[in-house]
Every structure is written in C-alpha cells, then in structure tokens.
Design a protein around this ligand. Structure first.
Ligand code: ZN
Length: 298
C-alpha cells in the first residue's frame, strides 16, 4: 500500500466554520503524522472564510473542472488550481485521498457525499458507513453541477453535517467532525491489516434531480417548504405527499410516480441555484474485493 497522505479540506465554503474549528482543535491535540498515514490540512477558501461568506467569485466546490476553466481566472479557479498543483497527484505533497468537510443548514445529520461511482470511493464510503452507520448520497449525472473538489483526487468524499446555520459555531457539530477525523486513519489501517471486512451491502441514495421553489412569473418565490416536509431529510415520500405551502396557504404536492427521498431540504446556500431540495432513490450496491484492492493500491 502506497497510501501515505490524506488531504483534509475545511472551509471550502467560507461560511461553514465548524469544520475549520474541528481541524484546528484536532491539530492541537494530536500528532498529525502519526499512524502511518499523514493528514494534510488546508482551508479551501481562506479569503471567503475570513470574510464569512460562501465564496468570493464562484463556488469553489464547482471550480475543479479544469477543462472548463482553461484560460479563465477568478479567485476560486485560481484557488482550485493551487490546491491541485500543491496537493494533487504529481505534486510535492501528493495526497491520494481528499476529504472535504462541509456543513448544511438542512437537517441531514452526518452524511457522506460521493460523486460518481469510483471503486475506491465506494470502499472508503463503505468503511465509514460500517463504522458510523452514515447515509450515503451519491451525486451523479447532474449536468448543472460539476467540478467538485474531491473529483480532482484519485479518491475522495465529502463529509456533510447539519443542521447548523452558516457562521455559527456549534460544539456538537464540531465534535462530530472530530470523531470522523480521529477514526478515519484507524479504520483505513484496520482494513490494510485485514482486521475488518467491508459490509456485503451498501445502501446509497442516488441523486435523481432537484426541485425549485414555486415561483411567480417574475421569478420571486411564492411558496415555502411545507411543515410536513421541513427537517424530514432522507424520509421517503410518495405521490400526493406535500412539498410546499404557497402564500395563500395552499399545499403543493409531489406528483411524481416514483417513491423518492428528499435531501438538502431548504438548504440556504442552494436558493441561488434554484434548489429547494434534491431528491434521491435508494439503491442497494454489493461491495466487492475489487473495491478494497484498488483502494489499498492507491
Ligand atoms: Zn459546503
């Protein structure tokens, strides 16, 4: 196994401050080069973090599509290039895995977000789901959303924890990040030393699409998340279940045929993306030896 370094990124969104605190606390209390695997810590978007805003010019976590960015420049595109050049493959500090720490204002609890179906990501997600029982949100085939940070590394996941407001320190949220940072290396070492096996099955919530708020013709929002739907992330809904409550007090219902599980319900940062919630379908995936072999060969 050549895996030696894991890049832990906090503050990719500058107003998600709990992961930054958790990382600082972890570094004070632990030897980061311990346990065969070294952690490299970096603040993704330091200027946005300083200002307490999500980003300066564009969303950093959509800025890692290097083909699309060719010949373009702004603060986040430059920052994406800097991170890939300094911590990506073939850099002086090559990290094989990137873990990107985020918070959400939605009531998601602690979850894993993965992008696409790389075997190595499945392996790491299975390892964490096995240890912590975390739900997995598999984001794929979304034409409007590309260029996620972890896609620029051979293996990588987002840890997403909520609900917590932007720019608000919550010690319980900090603690959840600390537990994951502390245990991640131990779990990888256990897998490497054949002390644990991956679970046979993995339940993933596969991204299907997103739903916008109801709007007036002029674009202004004229409905809010329905009281039966607010804070009910991951709960399955069916045709006829309420989604929104319009300004006249009328319910607006889900009219699709498939049973779906909404996530990121009411996420504040997604309003600008015209997303009131995303929706997923549950899929059972069987783990394989290939996942482990590829992961340990990183
Ligand atoms: Zn974020």
């Amino acid at each position: 196994m050549t895996l030696k370094k894991i890049l832990i990124v906090s503050g990719t969104h500058g107003n998600e401050i709990n992961p930054v605190w958790a990382v600082n606390q972890f570094c004070k209390q632990n030897n980061i080069t311990d346990k065969n695997i070294e952690y490299k810590f970096i603040i993704g978007n330091p200027l946005a973090f300083k200002k307490g805003i999500r980003y300066i010019d564009t969303d950093l976590n959509r800025s890692f599509d290097f083909k699309k960015n060719l010949n373009k420049t702004n603060y986040e595109i430059d920052r994406a290039n800097f991170l890939a050049e300094n911590f990506g493959i073939n850099s002086s500090e090559t990290c094989q895995i990137a873990i990107d720490l985020h918070t959400t204002t939605a009531n998601m609890g602690t979850s894993i977000v993965m992008y696409g179906r790389r075997n190595v990501d499945f392996c790491l997600a299975a390892l964490l789901q096995n240890k912590f029982g975390l739900p997995i949100y598999l984001h794929e085939n979304d034409k409007n959303q590309k260029g996620f940070l972890v896609e620029a590394w051979p293996c990588g996941l987002v840890i997403e924890i909520g609900s917590v407001p932007q720019n608000f320190y919550d010690p319980n949220i900090v603690n959840r990040f600390l537990i994951i940072i502390s245990d991640l290396r131990d779990e990888i070492n256990k897998l490497k030393n054949n002390l644990i096996k991956l679970p046979k099955e993995l339940i993933v919530h596969v991204h299907q699409g997103s739903i916008d708020y109801p709007r007036e013709k002029n674009g202004s929002i004229n409905g809010i998340i329905h009281p039966d739907r607010i804070n009910q992330d991951w709960k399955q809904i069916k045709r006829g279940d309420p989604l929104f409550l319009d300004i006249n007090g009328n319910s607006i219902f889900y009219l699709g045929d498939a049973d779906i599980c909404p996530v990121f319900i009411g996420e504040v940062a997604y309003k600008e993306k015209n997303i009131a919630m995303s929706y997923t379908k549950k899929e059972l995936i069987f783990s394989s030896e290939e996942w482990v072999n590829e992961f340990l060969g990183l």
